[in-house]
Design a protein around this ligand. Structure first.
Ligand SMILES: *Cc1c(COP(=O)(O)O)cnc(C)c1O
Length: 443
């Protein structure tokens, strides 16, 4: 049997393990009140991370992060982020309502939608949200829906195939979002002619990006474009919004994005590509979701069965309904087995702890879909039925993506508060929730 064995001192262990902010005993205690599976978020870590982001951009007086609500649409978490000074980036009616309920209205809300219903334009307008248009035809759509255009309008740029421009930006021309470059020039001229007074410019071309240069390059491209549009069309930008897409290290050997380096790189580009070219100061906006809450949310589940057929299958009480990313796009989520951990840290990266037996297995949920797997051919510390396991980095696009297919219900969300106590911030669904939309005798 292969065992984990210690190689402390050979390489930097901290780079290779994933820590948990709680012990196995704490989780077992918690599971008495809140049966597994559940998501748990670490408030102190979320706040500390929010402060790191703000510090990285402190050079920009108007810097504002709009948390992408779709990542973790829980008002309790949104409220914490609002307390840290973050607005909300919304793209649906439900997200606008959530933003409003946590106190984000007016220009604390960025409405970055696409294929937008009239009703949502109206709601965003009523809230005084910043409307970020996805297409040139949406100028007329907003006028039709709302009777007029808002005083401040932002447009979303799709840079398309960046010939010779920037090698590391992928294939934006395959994305459904945004205006072409030519359409942008036309759109701002139209908006100006229609009396719009205040302007913003947006793009989002990254997703889960771990290269800091990519984020810096995105901002640089936007600064260049803002200068060109302002010179040619005669408008001045109040802000550029570089979108979200800052990645997180899902794998234990990946490294966190250096926010300070990104901030400094963008500051340099701001001076050389914007201010030196004669554009007045503007506010830098971001709408990150994943890097704000992702690493600070955990899906806690229990091993239900261990099955040995042609392969070994570890069946959990969590399934795709709780965390869909692995099944949806083969995403890696690290799996820790807290019973092998000690004093609040636990890890399963081979080479770290002496004497921990490993097993190679598929870690599955209970859906009748063979892709309902959290890991395939993964070596994890050996588990038995009844053991707790923790799936890391489930704090964004985790619970949020949940669905009820196959009659699987979405789990509870808990908050580990700054004082270390736990609070439920969303209860688990029940059968009555599942049947709530049916009108059928006996259900
Ligand atoms: C999803 C999304 C974001 C957030 O992206 P992350 O990868 O979570 O940072 C921001 N803006 C828009 C328009 C989005 O669709």
């Amino acid at each position: 049997m292969r065992c984990l064995w210690t190689r402390k001192g050979v390489f930097d262990i901290l780079q290779l393990m994933k820590k948990l902010p709680f012990t196995c005993d704490q989780l077992e205690e918690l599971a008495k009140t809140y049966p597994t599976p559940f998501h748990v978020y670490d408030e102190a870590a979320i706040r500390a991370n929010a402060r790191r982001l703000k510090a990285a951009f402190a050079w920009n007086a108007g810097f504002h992060e709009y948390f992408a609500v779709k990542a973790t649409p829980n008002p309790h978490l949104m409220k914490i982020l609002r307390e840290e000074g973050f607005g909300s980036d919304c793209s649906s009616l439900a997200e606008l309502v959530l933003a409003e309920k946590v106190g984000n209205t007016g220009e604390d809300v960025m409405f970055t939608s696409n294929d937008t219903p009239d009703e949502e334009f109206r709601r965003a307008m009523e809230m005084g949200a910043i409307i970020n248009l996805d297409d040139i035809t949406h100028i007329a759509a907003v006028e039709r829906a709302c009777g007029s255009l808002p005083e401040l309008v932002c447009c979303r740029w799709n840079p398309g195939p960046l010939k010779g421009g920037n090698a590391i930006i992928g294939k934006p021309e395959e994305a459904k979002y945004g205006f072409t470059t030519d359409q942008l020039f036309e759109a701002y001229a139209i908006l100006k002619a229609k009396g719009v007074k205040r302007f913003g410019l947006h793009t989002m071309v990254a997703s889960n990006e771990l290269d800091p240069q990519y984020i810096i390059d995105t901002a640089t491209l936007l600064f260049d474009l803002a200068v060109q549009i302002s010179q040619r069309v005669g408008v001045t930008f109040e802000f550029v919004n570089i979108g979200g897409g800052v990645g997180i290290p899902y794998k234990p050997d990946q490294v966190e994005q250096p926010l300070g380096k990104i901030g400094a790189g963008i500051e340099e580009a701001y001076r050389t590509h914007l201010i030196a070219k004669g554009h007045p100061d503007l506010r830098l906006y971001m709408e990150c979701g994943r890097c704000i809450t992702g690493p600070y949310g955990y899906l806690v589940s229990r091993v239900r069965h261990v099955k040995r057929t042609y392969k070994t299958y570890v069946g959990l009480d969590a399934c795709m309904a709780n965390l869909m990313r692995p099944a949806l796009y083969g995403a890696y989520h690290h799996i820790s087995v807290p019973k092998y951990g000690e004093a609040g840290t636990t890890y399963n990266f081979p080479g770290l702890e002496p004497g921990v037996p490993l097993m190679k297995c598929d870690v599955t949920g209970s859906l009748c879909e063979n892709n309902d797997k959290f890991a395939i051919d993964r070596e994890i510390p050996r588990v038995e039925p009844g053991d707790l396991v923790v799936l890391h980095d489930a704090g964004a696009h985790g619970h949020a993506m949940g669905f009820q297919y196959n009659g699987k219900l979405r789990s509870a969300e808990l908050l580990m508060q700054e004082d270390g106590s736990f609070r439920m911030i969303r209860r688990a669904e029940t059968l009555s929730d599942y049947f709530a939309t049916l009108d059928f005798p006996g259900l």
